[in-house]
Design a protein around this ligand. Structure first.
Ligand code: ADP
Ligand code: ASP
Ligand code: MG
Length: 414
């Protein structure tokens, strides 16, 4: 079986949905499983619904209208203003309202998953109905019956044994299966695998089905040596090894979700990253032992980093006991560490404050340590760096930390 994944950008409007159908017809629809994300930026839009609903803020009605209009507009452009898809979309929107009317839970993460999951349920129903309309037989699959997870809402962990069994029971070989990315099932509840998790969904299915390949369809030619939104000149990487892809994802290359590669690597399933805008191009192949082709420096940028320099109040060395106390706090406050550097009396870390906990961390830690904070720094990681690549980054600002090992250079720039 081949697994295809289409992200939000590929189904952001009616033209996008038609294009997905064209890609499938071009590539063949037999023995295929298609994983689809929410349309366009709908997950962000649903997050607004969650916030307004959960915190009883203003704008609930507006945010709900926005997601409703967005989908209705797309189906108006794909169908003849009647038929089952209208009933289905209204049914799903009704289910969402029903959930909000009944919910008594004060668990934000639980409520988040129950609401945000409608993005993928809507998109897959629309794509499936459109394919049927143009005569492409397909089977819509509820991924919550396939990917079984724990109840760790918003960051659910896959229960592999249950998932393997469920997938084998539900997925029809030889057919065209259409399912949701990002979601999982915990009992009869919806869970999510973490933002941008649909790539990972494709990896999970591939692993469980011993798939022939996974193809992620993107609005770029493939994996580039730098984020095209940040760098004007980029180069397509034709081939990269699993290791290289994991390293790039680890350092923050947002083109592939970090968890995606591991299940593929275990079964040596190749991953193709291709453009849904130009299906004649080959894109990138991530596979076994291929190193990196062409051999060129790869740039990964992480903005909005907080650089923290920590030293002990009594001028004592920053060694095991001090450092482990600092790390415990970093973990407690959910600060993600992206770089570490230590000297005898100070210890520097570059962190990401996804959950707005930095001030609490600072107030807690300042009782025992002297802390200097530099907000809004940028962390540049260069894989396979050379002198020219480092000079190029140096031009972008004042380098406050520089760390180099054989393959990778990291620079924190103010
Ligand atoms: P999806 O629609 O599948 O969710 P994303 O928007 O998450 O797609 O990812 C595609 C985007 O990732 C591209 O439009 C590009 O701007 C960005 N990107 C960042 N780094 C890279 C890279 N190294 N190579 C290619 N694209 C990259
Ligand atoms: N729709 C989800 C998100 O935007 C999952 C994904 O697209 O990968 O995070
Ligand atoms: Mg994405």
């Amino acid at each position: 079986m081949r697994i295809f994944k289409f992200g939000g950008a590929s189904v952001k409007d009616a033209e996008g949905v038609k294009n997905v159908a064209n890609v499938l017809l071009h590539e063949g629809t037999e023995d295929v499983l298609v994983v689809i994300s929410a349309m366009g930026k709908m997950t962000n839009a649903f997050e607004k619904v969650v916030d307004a609903f959960f915190y009883k803020k203003e704008g609930l009605k507006e945010s709900l209208n926005y997601v409703e209009d967005y989908h209705i507009n797309i189906i108006n452009n794909l169908f003849d203003k009647e038929g089952e898809i209208y009933i289905k979309v209204n049914y799903l929107l009704g289910e969402l309202s029903g959930f909000m009317a009944r919910n008594t839970s004060r668990d934000y993460n639980y409520v988040y998953d129950q609401i945000v999951g409608f993005g993928e349920l809507l998109s897959t129903n629309i794509v499936s109905a459109y394919l049927s309309k143009i005569g492409v037989l397909n089977k819509w699959i509820d991924v919550r019956n396939c990917i079984k997870t724990d109840g760790n809402y918003r960051d659910a962990k896959v229960k592999w044994d249950e998932t393997k069994k469920a997938i084998k029971n539900v997925i029809q070989a030889k057919e065209l299966n259409i399912t949701q990315g990002f979601l999982g099932g915990f009992g009869d509840k919806t869970t999510t695998l973490g933002r941008e998790g649909s790539d990972y969904t494709a990896g999970i299915f591939a692993y469980c089905l011993d798939a022939e390949s996974v193809t992620i369809w993107k609005d770029v030619e493939g994996v580039l040596n730098a984020d095209p939104r940040v760098f004007t000149k980029t180069e397509l990487l034709k081939e990269i090894s699993y290791t290289e892809a994991v390293e790039m994802a680890f350092y923050g290359a947002s083109v592939i979700h970090p968890k995606t590669i591991q299940p593929l690597e275990q079964k040596k399933i190749p991953l193709y990253v291709r453009s849904f805008k130009d299906i004649t191009k080959l894109g990138t192949c991530v596979g076994r032992g291929k190193g990196i082709q062409p051999e060129t420096p790869c740039f990964i940028v992480k903005k909005n980093q907080i650089l923290i320099s920590i030293s002990a109040k009594d001028f004592s060395f920053m060694v095991e006991d001090n450092i482990s106390a600092v790390f415990k706090k970093l973990h407690d406050y959910k600060l993600k560490v992206n770089l570490i550097q230590n000297s005898a009396i100070s210890f520097s870390v570059c962190v990401e404050d996804k959950y707005n906990r930095y001030d609490d961390f600072y107030n807690d830690l300042k009782k025992a340590f002297i802390i200097k904070t530099y907000k809004n720094t940028t962390l540049y990681t260069i894989r396979h760096f050379d002198d020219e690549a480092i000079s190029f980054i140096k031009k972008r600002g004042e380098v406050v930390i520089r760390q180099i090992n054989t393959e990778t250079a990291q620079l924190v720039v103010k």
